[in-house]
Design a protein around this ligand. Sequence first.
Ligand code: GLN
Length: 881
Amino acid sequence: MSASAGRTAAWPSTIAGARDALDALRLSAVDLLAACARRLDVDHALCRAFVGSDASREAILRRAVADARASDGRRGGVGEERARGALDGVPFAAKDNLCASAGTTEAGSRMLRGYESPVEATAIARIRALGGVMMGKTNMDEFGMGSHTRTGASGTTTNPTSSGGARSAGGSSGGSAAAVANGTVFYALGSDTGGSVRLPAAYCGVVGLKPTYGRVSRFGLVSYCSSLDTVGVLTRTVGDAGIVLAAMQGEDALDSTTVTRCEDLDAAALEYSTEALVNASSTSLKGVRVGVPEEYAVKELSQEVYDAWDETVRTMEALGAEIVRVNLPHTKDALPCYYIIAPAEASSNLARYDGMRYGDLTADLSREEYLREDFQRAIARARSLGFGPEVRRRITVGAFALSSERAAEYFDKAQKVRRLVSNDFTDAFKRVDVLVTPSSVSTAPKLEDIEALSPAQSYAADVMTVPSSLAGLPAMSVPFGRSRVSGLPIGIQFIAPRFKEASLVRVGARLERARARSYSTSTSDALDARGEAVTARRDELIALISTPDAPIDRVIEANKELSRLEPLVSQYAVVKALRNEKASLEELTRSDEKDIADIAREELRELTEDLPEQEHNLRVLFLPRDEADDRGAILEVRAGAGGDEAALFAAELFRMYALHARKRGWRFETLNVAETDGKGVREASAEVLGDGVYGRLKFESGVHRVQRVPETETQGRVHTSTASVAVLPHAEEVEMNIRDEDVRIETMRASGAGGQHVNTTNSAVRLTHVPTGITVAIQDERSQHKNKAKAFSVLKSRLYELEREKLASERSELRSSLIGTGDRSEKVRTYNFPQGRVKDHRVNETTIGDIKGFMDGFLLDDLIDALKAKETEDLLGRGNA
Ligand code: GLN
């Protein structure tokens, strides 16, 4: 049965896309599996990414079919069960050193030939529990020892992205990288001890994410170097990598080095879990501090990789990141250190292979023969038969480094160097959030050139990846363009502090998204179309104004519109001029006269930096405006949870807004204050008038939280109390027709603190709007007449807001998720008095260190500016430009 029959939607290439197709029942999981499985033959002819005997492959595929059918049953089926998230029904592959309970697990070694694991690796098991469909095992270097997927018993995997001459797919997870790059599976699991996920990702042009040591359980992963081994993932997009990592992460009783799951990583994964979300995701790197370690500019680094690295940094800067030069002085010691520690641990880990357990050497060594021999000699024979030359070399080196005569000189020293390398990162991460380096010194080398290298020379391929492995840090390779000479992909590495995979995912995805956008001409076409449209409109208006007999009210209207359009028209003119200049400079760079070409190139470089910024400014100008932003506002503050303390806080907040309004030159008129016994208020409202008041104060709506020792308490325990703030656009100037018969008016005596009556006439007014049930009570003024006028003003604003909310929920997808939904029950800010700071939860936890200055109304602008900037970015990110 094929759900795809007759549909023409594009075949998905990412997990998010596959998920959308499955959810929409455009494709079934069986369809997806069938198409991927058909590609296995192509894969075999192309690059041999997959391994296993026919029997093993078939066992895996048979289980995959059952898994895919079960997944289809969860989507659109008649059963009770629901789909289990983004991975449900999506085919993947796993590196052959991850134990699976179907097929064999050979880890590229003859020693493990035919080995059928009784257990399934936690990483695979968790993905399958979420509905993931494992459809094959991928090739690797023997036990993960190598950088080119050529030391394994199943032979070499070649790079699917290269045509001219066989190139390295990278290693040791080269099979996984090739399988993702050549389109056979949507993602593949790999392992990364010193770069085995990142290097093949870079060579094959896919994303490779290696988590923090301890993030993903190693249970069921064939051990190479236990203190460095991690399970990682290869995908086509950064967001997809986040999805898979989130599925695998978390504590596992079967691996004592694992840690509890990171909720922020789950959240980051969700942000990219459908195509719509991906398309709407932000591209801003504002507030991100990016470190560029100069020690990575090694002399072996090829020019094209260096240029891509440089361009990455400049792109990140253009997206708002702060670029910081940092030093990691022990970088050069990392490679030799790694090549002592890894073989040392390997020699001990591999001692378990004796030819008796695990694999089956009977083809080469019969049981009788084995048993007849002297025990030690039998083991030695099995090992020389079962292990390939690279593994034997590593065991020898490792045993040497661990030997009692040499351990102090090699292994112990390497451990100390490992600590120094790790400390370098700790220091750097005091100043930056993420480091950016190349993933490899060059693009994928030719396999024939690798043959010619000595082992030590070939180890140099890992120079960019081993330092972060030694420090146990999460790191990710992201494709960043291709070589202009060979067309081969180039990978850039991002390294984050321990357990900060979520920031790796977000930073990487934003960069990836920004690049995807700048490639898609459609966005700049749309921008051009709007630029042309406003320019034409401007000309029309000018023509109208200059017509001698134009009616005066039309001229006034036209003038208004003109002054609104003018900034757009002139910014578009700037962008257009820069583009023209760019085109003519590009022409000049092809000039035969070298001087002219050089100058043109230099100018082009500057221009290339300027143009994206001016285009960005233009997009900002084109953002949809909320006409209410220009209005005044009605501000309401109410005491929330926390009794007297909440009332005191509400009073202080109200005062803060009054002071802030004064500072900005706004008129602040108190409408109503309901006091409590102490110095607090239960509820207070004001009318704030001035230019663009609502556009700024609207961000204040929500729950504000205060933490401090209540003045009424002597023992000094910190309490948390809340006050809620609501800001409504002032509706005085808009048509809000309130019908008399809809309003019930009551008058009463105003009540003061403690409930005693403060005056004897019935000056307080309460309005009830019958159709909506909204009530407004005003008692501030002594005259009933004035209170009534104020009450009507508030009622109008409430009704206006109601209208707007209706409108907004119709366009709810346009509302910014980062700013908050405008839901007033949302906790927006915390005022922490013991620590003297104010923290806003909507803008990366932006913090103001001077709480006193804040409460005096001086620093609110800082937070509002940040919130406004975020709103702009968010709107831009949602494709409204
Ligand atoms: N190329 C490195 C090695 O041979 C890294 C391999 C890996 O990460 N598994 O040890």
